[in-house]
Ligand binder design. Structure first.
Ligand SMILES: C[S@@+](CC[C@H](N)C(=O)[O-])C[C@H]1O[C@@H](n2cnc3c(N)ncnc32)[C@H](O)[C@@H]1O
Ligand code: SF4
Length: 384
């Protein structure tokens, strides 16, 4: 039975962080019963399209899903179990912000079935939390990590580095502290300036200066080195885990498995009658709710993807992974033989430049390659 990962999007936050371009919104009031019923309805609709599957993971993302009533999360988890068979030890992740309101609900979320929490700590420095517009303090973050450790079998937290003015020594110190607090997984993202965010406008006006390429590279190298020393393997560009403790849900995206996306603006990739299909729901929370109440779903895009686009997507995702792309698996999923589909001259050049590593069975990026991943992938695809 083909596996299926289930993503559920909760689009609300207490405030909008200046760097964030996720589909997240601040609303004075959320009609909780309507939202619960609509999310359940869209989940059932997705099941009707994908009945013969085994669910391999559930991920509550956002927005801030830890602000979701626990009985909504519980009802959705129960409904997944009622609709599909699931794998043993189903991974159920909740993204949470380290504020006291959300921490108070950890017991109830654990009781509802959540067994992995991903905390948005973002920094262990007070000035950085202020710059990032976060609502929690350093002590609050540490308390949340401790609570996550005691309430859930698995926990991870996110940090944002390569911040304006951050030196290598400062990051090394912060990372040391983070490693003392870490469990089996960490997500470490370099700050990116996204269009349509408050940071974008401030940056364009010269409000702050971002690290240059050489500084970002040095910070990235230091990060990988430190993680490896502490036994956290860099299994994806920004994700580090002890072996076997990777996020199974996120791995589904990167290896090209099928997933459904429920809730406003959620994406999905489904193989239906052998055709890979891209799905997306309406982004606006209000329009999503209205449409779902009317017709049981708010799917806006249901688009078969041609083989070339599918292969390109899989290449982009696969190169993010340290384990790389397995030629045989790639060929089986979309018919592309990567050994002949890509320009041999370019591949050889990038291999000799130390950006790609090639074995009889795999194509993978080196650390140097991951530093220029977007440009490298674009170049490979231009010749494919
Ligand atoms: C869906 S978001 C946030 C989930 C949760 N609401 C929170 O704030 O913790 C997931 C993660 O993406 C990262 N992120 C979001 N925007 C970013 C940006 N512009 N640059 C770097 N990392 C970013 C943050 O670390 C964040 O925790
Ligand atoms: S970073 Fe998290 S809390 Fe901040 S606006 Fe984005 S989703 Fe909401």
């Amino acid at each position: 039975m083909k596996s299926l990962a289930v993503y559920i999007h909760w689009p609300f936050c207490k405030s909008k962080c200046p760097y964030c371009d996720f589909n997240s919104h601040v609303r004075e009031q959320v009609e909780q019963e309507r939202w619960k019923a609509a999310l359940l309805a869209e989940l059932r609709h997705m099941h009707a399209q994908t009945p013969d599957r085994r669910v391999s993971s559930i991920f509550f993302g956002g927005g801030t899903p830890s602000l979701m009533p626990q009985d909504t999360a519980g009802a959705l988890i129960e409904e997944v179990h009622r609709l599909w068979p699931t794998v043993d030890g189903l991974e159920i992740t909740l993204e949470a912000n380290p504020t006291s309101v959300e921490m108070a609900n950890f017991t109830a979320f654990a009781k509802a079935g959540v067994n992995r929490v991903s905390l948005g700590v973002q920094s262990l420095r007070a000035d950085a939390l202020e710059f990032l517009g976060r609502e929690h303090s350093v002590d609050g973050a540490k308390a949340a990590i401790e609570l996550a450790r005691t309430h859930f079998p698995r926990y991870s937290f996110d940090l944002i580095y390569a911040r304006p003015g951050q030196t290598l020594d400062e990051w090394a110190d912060e990372l040391e502290e983070a490693l003392d607090l870490a469990g089996e997984h960490l997500s470490l993202y370099q700050l990116t300036i996204e269009e349509n965010t408050a940071f974008y406008h401030a940056y364009k006006k010269g409000g702050f200066i971002m690290p240059d390429e050489a500084e970002s590279e040095a910070l990235y190298r230091l990060t990988e080195q430190e993680m490896l020393v502490h036994g956290l393997f860099p299994y994806e560009v920004s994700n580090y885990a002890r072996p076997g403790e990777e996020s199974r849900h996120n791995l589904s995206y990167w290896v090209g498995d099928d997933y459904v996306g429920v809730g406003p603006g959620a994406h999905g990739r489904l193989t239906i009658d052998g055709v890979r299909t891209a799905t997306q729901t309406l982004k606006s929370p209000e329009r999503w709710l209205e449409n779902t109440e009317k017709q049981g779903h708010a799917i806006e895009v249901w688009q078969p993807i041609d083989h070339t686009t599918e292969a390109e997507e899989r290449l982009m995702m696969g190169l993010r992974l340290r384990s790389g792309i397995d030629y045989a698996g790639f060929m089986a999923s979309n018919g592309w033989d990567l050994r002949t589909a890509l320009d041999a001259g370019k591949v050889a050049l990038y291999q000799s430049n130390g950006l790609l590593e090639i074995s009889d069975t795999h194509l993978r990026t080196t650390l140097q390659g991951r530093l220029v991943l977007n440009r490298l992938t674009a170049e490979l695809l231009r010749t494919a």
